[in-house]
Design a protein around this ligand. Sequence first.
Ligand code: ARG
Length: 367
Amino acid sequence: MVQSIKANILLIEATRFINNCYDELDLPKEDQLKRIEEIENEINTTGTYSHKTFELTHGAKMAWRNSNRCIGRLLWNTLHIFDARDVLTAEDAYEKLVNHIDFATNDGKIRSTITIFAPRKNGEDPIRIWNHQLLRYAGYKEGDKVIGDSTSNQMTKMCEKMGWKGDRTHFDILPFVIQEKGQKPKLFEVPNGVIKEVPITHPELDGIQKLGVKWYAVPIISNMLLEIGGIEYPMAPFNGWYMGTEIGARNLADQDRYNLLPKVAEIMELDTKLNSSLWIDKALVELNIAVIHSYQQAHVTLVDHHTAAKQFKVFEENEMKSGRPITGNWAWLIPPISPASTDIYHKPYNNNIVTPNYFIQADPEEN
Ligand code: ARG
């Protein structure tokens, strides 16, 4: 009984996805109907169904298009897909992930990319990765101080428990932690050769370079679950490229992250005793100028928040023309600096969740 309810829901989800997908791709109605029949049979005999490659590809793109928090969605249709559904061992997955980083980095001309591993089956995940992003700096708590990135404290502890030892710099790339179904997680060091990083410098303020700060080129979110037509892909790391403020106004600026604003203010010789001197705002702008400048110097793709907001406006217009109501999460879409200088700030967004989409999921089960 429970089984058949599940199967029914899956068929409804699958049908909705196939209809939208085939309509968008302008495929003949008869293919659509035949495919739904085929899926129904497959669900009835196996309890699930398997996406054709072009369905997977278009589904992953739709999922990006539906990501309410993402300001970069104009480019949803440019996503590159690697189909890794046949990979079942941590060792083979590791190779696919290294290849993802290499392909996406493309020597700085970043390509938006997703690698999709095997879907959940009978409630079980064939393979999972513990990392939040494929590339992320470790964080070591020492008393009330943190070396590195505090958002990685827990993950770093886990890696250390598994025998990993970082150099304890502020910028140690964490290893991958990959787990096959029913197995203990395994550690894999990311080969140096595929990691591109950008030293942070400023066009005028020489002191910034002396801080010895850097950031990695490609943000590759790896802990979200991709859902397409009722099928769940718990391991499907994806990347676009950075918007400058993610690094300059958050990662390097947040007080509980790299907390660089006081140091930047010192370099700028600002009066940090008075809030009303707006030293925080001045330092923020210069730090963000530094980030944009550095990525440009290094020929690594990055978008400033004004350009991103304009691109988002074009995305909204495109969606309107295609007859798809736009959904968005205002609090995430507005950039963290000068938000009111963008159009996004001045209107409401409907935060309904439409699928396909990327979802936050619980960490894997420890074995
Ligand atoms: N905000 C995250 C970070 O700073 C990255 C999230 C994804 N960003 C993107 N531009 N695709 O690492």
